[in-house]
Design a binder for this molecule. Structure first.
Ligand code: AGP
Length: 612
């Protein structure tokens, strides 16, 4: 939530900042702003997208080699020009950009008001910059020290960058709970919420840790110290992001590109880990914890949103293959309900962004009770990846569309590999069955490619249902999480109300919703419970609901029953989520496009949810 980008060095800052904002816009897009220093500290901000800001400043002189910029997802104060970042300090000598929430902003604000400060915006951020300036003036300390003192008084999360009109050679950045990366170039520094605005200028980066302050001086080395004044040696890492991954490459939207990338992203998730011919699954990142996983009596999976749906697929996989009991928890519920956690528990935290605040807090809670934490993350170096004891990256590549697609299938792939690895080492599966599953998993990228060929048919179906007001998604077993994921995709990008349900639960309530207007998407590929799913379809038809069925190639029974059908290649039941999800992603995508919705940046959403 909120994107931060800053630059100091020999180049003109504006082009770097504006391009960086476009790259970060998926993090928040209700307002944007920029401040550039060139003897004067010029600051412009507007409601709406980065393009609005670009338009607003097109005739302004924004020359200067030091600058900060921000794209916002509002927490405190409505999205308007005034609440947009950057925010000036009282004297207008300082300006700040901020991602996160200052939880104790109200008492700090009241205290500052008593001391004569006036506030222009409703934001918590303005409180912080006034506080920093107040400390620097009254305690007569240099800015880095004032920042340090102020951050010790702050409760909450922050990633900030501060620019000082009286010191054009320095930027100050700090983080706690919200991500911040410093790019290190030749006599120049870049700061951003993630590496995407930095990668085309330098591949050398330092990920700041919580409560660290970076002092970026134009002609000095990077200096990092903690808010308790401990000097830190910067740990420089090399980025491995491919620049083309950040472009649409001819697709109309990132979401469509990311849907089509899935044969590749699933293959990359398995690369070097699945050796079907040799009968080996090897997850290097968790090998040291394999024994722990084998001996655990329980796995708890924590995640949010789409990642939570992947976790549900994981539950079925671990229980079926490795015979380990699994609980899947919303991280936001888990962290606040005083859960029973044993030292022997293994907690698997799943997150695309690696920055989700609730998941991070749930990890810290489980860690404090002695559990072992395994991460499944997509973003390398992210907070969650660093907070876990061990883990495996999904290697799906940057996911820019706010609606998660390729990250979901990569997470499910990783969970399948983990479950298979455990099943093999625990001996809960026969060697022949293990090898059969490895071969089938190895074939999945090819079958995803086949599945994508249903796109023209999905466009037709989308045209028929684009004006629906509600939709129901039904599935059993492994297809139940797929149904929930399908419904989430539809609601988040097309704003059509949709519910995902276990098919058998329909008659316990949702059946009341069914009439001739209601599209009911049924994932009907199950082998074990095929007849039951067919009965559920009959129940919908009896109430005149419209069936859109996802079926296995050659299934004549459901084909005849359904109003519309989409065929996917045959595979093992436990691998169906990797195929059945694809048409559901495409269906949501096309319906949203036909309704004129902003597919990549749906209203009210942001890509990484770094606030509670
Ligand atoms: C997915 O389409 C959503 N935008 C959202 O539910 C997302 O999956 C959730 O916020 C969790 O994010 P994470 O995987 O980055 O932790």
């Amino acid at each position: 939530m909120c994107g931060i980008v800053a630059y100091i060095g020999p180049r003109q800052a504006y082009p770097i900042l504006i391009k960086g904002l476009h790259r970060l816009e998926y993090r928040g897009y209700d307002s944007a702003g920029i401040a550039v220093l060139n003897s004067e500290l010029k600051l412009y901000k507007t409601r709406g997208k980065v393009a609005n800001l670009e338009e607003a400043v097109k005739d302004k002189d924004l020359s200067g080699t030091t600058g900060i910029a921000h794209t916002r997802w509002a927490t405190h104060g409505e999205p308007n020009d005034v609440n947009a970042h950057p925010h000036f300090s009282y004297s207008k000598n300082l300006a700040i950009i901020h991602n996160g929430i200052i939880e104790n902003y109200a008492p700090l604000r009241n205290e500052l008001i008593k001391r004569g400060y006036k506030f222009i915006s409703e934001t918590d951020t303005e409180v912080l910059i006034h506080l920093i300036e107040d400390i620097s003036i009254n305690e007569k300390v240099p800015l880095p020290e004032a920042v340090q003192i102020a951050l010790n008084q702050v409760v909450g999360a922050y990633a900030i960058v501060i620019i000082d009109k009286n010191d054009p050679d320095t930027l100050i950045a700090a983080r706690k709970g919200s991500p911040l990366v410093v790019g290190v170039g030749e006599n120049e520094f870049f700061v951003a919420s993630d590496a995407t605005p930095i990668v085309e200028y330098t591949r050398e980066v330092v990920y700041l840790n919580d409560e660290e302050i970076a002092i970026l001086h134009r002609s000095h080395d990077l200096r990092i110290k903690t808010i308790t004044n401990i000097e830190k040696t910067p740990y420089i890492q090399t980025l491995e992001i491919n620049l083309s991954a950040l472009e649409k490459e001819g697709y109309d939207h990132f979401m469509l590109k990311e849907i089509y990338e899935q044969p590749r992203s699933i293959r990359d998730s398995m690369r070097g880990r699945l050796k079907a011919r040799e009968g080996i699954v090897l997850l290097g990142g968790i090998i040291d914890y394999q024994q722990k996983l084998m001996n655990t009596e329980r796995i708890i999976i924590i995640a949010c949103g789409t990642s939570w749906h992947a976790g549900l697929v994981g539950e079925y996989l671990f229980e079926e293959l490795a015979r380990i009991p699994v609980e899947v928890e919303y991280a936001s519920e888990f962290r606040y309900r005083n859960p029973v956690i044993f030292e022997n528990d293994v907690v698997i935290a799943i997150s695309q962004s690696g920055e989700t605040a609730d998941t991070l807090a749930a990890i810290e809670l489980a860690k404090s009770k002695g559990a072992t934490i395994i991460g499944i993350c997509n973003v390398v170096g992210s907070s969650i990846a660093r907070a876990t004891h061990a883990g495996s990256y999904t290697h799906a590549g940057p996911e820019i569309g706010v609606a998660s697609t390729k990250a979901f299938t990569a997470q499910v792939t990783l969970l399948t590999l983990m479950a298979l690895m455990l099943a093999d080492s625990k001996g809960t599966i026969s060697k022949s069955r293990f090898n059969q599953l490895l071969h089938e998993l190895d074939d999945i990228p090819g079958k995803v490619e086949e599945t994508l060929k249903v796109n023209p048919k999905i466009i037709e179906i989308a045209g028929i249902f684009k004006n629906s007001r509600n939709a129901l998604y039904l599935g059993r077993g492994y297809n139940y999480p797929v149904a929930m994921e399908g419904a989430l995709k539809l609601k988040e990008i097309s704003y059509i109300h949709a519910e995902g349900y276990p098919a058998a639960e329909m008659k316990h309530g949702p059946i009341a919703l069914i009439d001739e207007e209601m599209p009911v998407v049924v994932i009907a590929t199950n082998k074990g419970t095929y007849e039951k799913v067919v009965s559920n379809i009959q129940e919908v038809k009896a109430r005149k609901g419209k069936i859109i069925a996802i079926i296995t190639e050659g299934d004549e029974t459901v084909k005849d029953l359904a109003d519309h059908y989409i065929e996917i290649p045959e595979t093992e039941e436990m691998l169906v989520p990797l195929l059945a999800t694809i048409p559901l992603q495409l269906l949501s995508y096309h319906i949203a496009v036909m309704r004129g919705c902003n597919v990549d940046q749906p209203r009210n959403l942001a890509k990484s949810v770094t606030v509670e």
